[in-house]
Design a protein around this ligand. Structure first.
Ligand code: GAL
Length: 507
């Protein structure tokens, strides 16, 4: 039943509504209810009832509208994921045709597929679909929903770690005039990608009204400021350079987390001899190797020289970069062969089922493990990075064309608030951007991250928008993807240098 029409935008669109207690536009005057049977798909139903394979958008819309009045109807978050037994509202053909006549599947207003609340909608764009991050976002949306029960909240996610799919789709939507009301944006130079002066609304007034300059640490504020304005309100701080390991596997093999690359080899050899995959990663989405390599760079060069890579103060032709590539190549020699087929969380399953020993990934992994009810994990700074915190921050930004501007502004206030951040971060696996959250709400890992954040050398993440602009990140990612396949250290170093030159930072 699940074979779907190949419309790219559809394949990546995962949309959910929270909550359902909202006032909908009246369902179509005629039309009929239908209960999903085995082997049904929305497109075959659209063909059958409406004589138009693409009419599934109209079914999605009318079912969502019916759901807002009567929860016995399904909520269709993703048109590719209807379930047997779901109750659909098939619109009258006339209504469906009228809707489809104006519907552009490549550039529709997301809100058009959902009910309208009495106070409009809030369409929130992000890529948080994995366990932990999805729950964290839902927690913060619930905090928003309390004072604004008449706003229909549309959780418009596009799956793909690090925003691989989301960012491209968002850029098209901003340019095409069909943006969400607010969207996930990394603090740092990522904002440049979206031509903020043209497409975004500065949020300085929200910083002023909510006292946010007093709520966030100065380093973060500096990262958030671009061309004299704030463009996003940060929800969190994430750490990139964490080595996660399976505690039982480590204990059974008498090893402890490796503090440096020599120790990594020793631990990996021991695990390998015991039939455990020593090091696991997924490279499916094209950013994961770039992420791990930034941590290897920090662990090989040290905080100061790592920072210099992004400002031109450290040369990419330095022998230390050669060494970092050698270190990464060594780690990859212990890696799971199926990594090209796995996402970051897919790779994490190796740790949960005890078949894998170690993995380097950001601390959204803590939220993910928690969402999987797995508590047999330990953590340490990735090799060579004790005392260094490779940091990134997720903020929410405001498009100039936000369809529900006031709702979006109120959302940003929640994002910046203590209540919003305390609802979000413990589940997300991040610490608050604010300095006044209650540590007791956070698990042991996150409490340790808070301590490290307050005392470590803080350096920016490249893979997640903090260190450099997006075009440089794209080139850097491409080099690392090739490197994972080829293992060619010299070619990778030349490519990394070239990427820096192309970014206008190196000579
Ligand atoms: C990062 C983002 C995190 C997490 C991660 C995995 O870019 O900042 O919040 O979502 O990607 O997708």
């Amino acid at each position: 039943m699940k074979k779907y029409l190949s419309i790219a935008i559809l394949l990546v669109l995962l949309v959910t509504i929270i909550p359902a207690s909202l006032v909908a536009a009246a369902p179509p005057a005629q039309g009929e209810d239908y209960i999903v049977q085995a082997d049904d798909s929305l497109s075959t139903l659209a063909d059958k009832f409406l004589g138009n394979l693409f009419g599934y958008w109209a079914i999605m819309r009318s079912t969502n509208q019916a759901n807002a009045e009567d929860p016995s109807y399904a909520k269709i978050d993703n048109p590719d994921a209807i379930e047997v037994g779901d109750k659909l509202r098939i619109p009258a053909k006339e209504d469906a045709d009228a809707f489809m006549a104006d519907f552009d599947p490549n550039m529709f207003k997301i809100g058009d597929l959902f009910a309208e609340g009495e106070a409009g909608q809030l369409v929130v764009g992000s890529w948080w679909t994995a366990g932990g991050e999805a729950e964290g976002l839902a927690g913060m949306l619930n905090i928003y929903g309390e004072p604004y029960p008449d706003v229909e909240i549309v959780n418009a996610t596009v799956a793909g770690g690090a925003g691989t799919n989301f960012k491209a789709q968002l850029a098209t939507r901003l340019v095409g005039g069909a943006p969400p009301d607010t969207f996930q944006l990394h603090a740092g130079l990522e904002v440049e990608t979206y031509s903020p002066n043209e497409y975004l609304q500065p949020v300085d007034d929200i910083y002023a009204s909510e006292g946010l300059e007093e709520a966030f640490p100065p380093d973060l504020l500096q990262l958030l400021e671009y061309e004299g304005h704030y463009w996003g309100v940060p929800a969190n701080i994430h750490r990139s350079n964490v080595l996660w390991y399976n505690e039982a596997v480590f204990e059974a093999n008498g090893v402890t987390p490796p503090a440096n690359f020599e120790e990594f080899v020793a631990v990996a050899d021991t695990l390998q001899a015991a039939g455990i995959q020593p090091f696991v990663l997924g490279t499916k989405d094209g950013w994961e190797a770039a992420h791990i390599f930034e941590d290897v760079l920090a662990g090989t060069l040290g905080a100061e020289a790592y920072r210099g890579l992004w400002t031109g103060a450290t040369s990419w032709e330095d022998p230390a970069v050669t060494q970092a590539l050698e270190n990464f190549k060594m780690m990859l020699s212990y890696a799971n062969p199926d990594h090209p087929a796995l996402t970051w969380d897919g790779a994490g399953e190796y740790l949960i089922n005890g078949k894998g020993g170690m993995m380097i990934m950001g601390d959204w992994t803590d939220g993910w493990f928690t969402s999987k009810a797995f508590d047999g994990y330990g953590w340490a700074p990735s090799p060579g990075t004790a005392g260094t915190f490779v940091a990134l921050s997720d903020s929410f930004a405001l498009p100039k064309d936000a369809p529900n501007m006031e709702n979006a502004q109120n959302w940003l206030k929640v994002v910046g608030s203590k209540a919003g951040q305390e609802a979000f971060n413990p589940q997300k696996g991040s610490i608050c951007a604010r300095t006044d959250c209650d540590p007791a709400l956070f698990n042991e890992y996150l409490q340790s991250a808070m301590v490290d954040w307050s005392q470590d050398a803080i350096v920016p993440s490249m893979a997640h928008g903090a260190a450099a602009k997006e075009s440089w990140l794209t080139d850097y990612k491409d080099v690392m993807t090739l490197f994972v396949a080829s293992g060619d250290v010299a070619a990778a170093q030349t490519g990394l240098q070239q990427a820096c030159v192309d970014a206008g930072v190196c000579q």
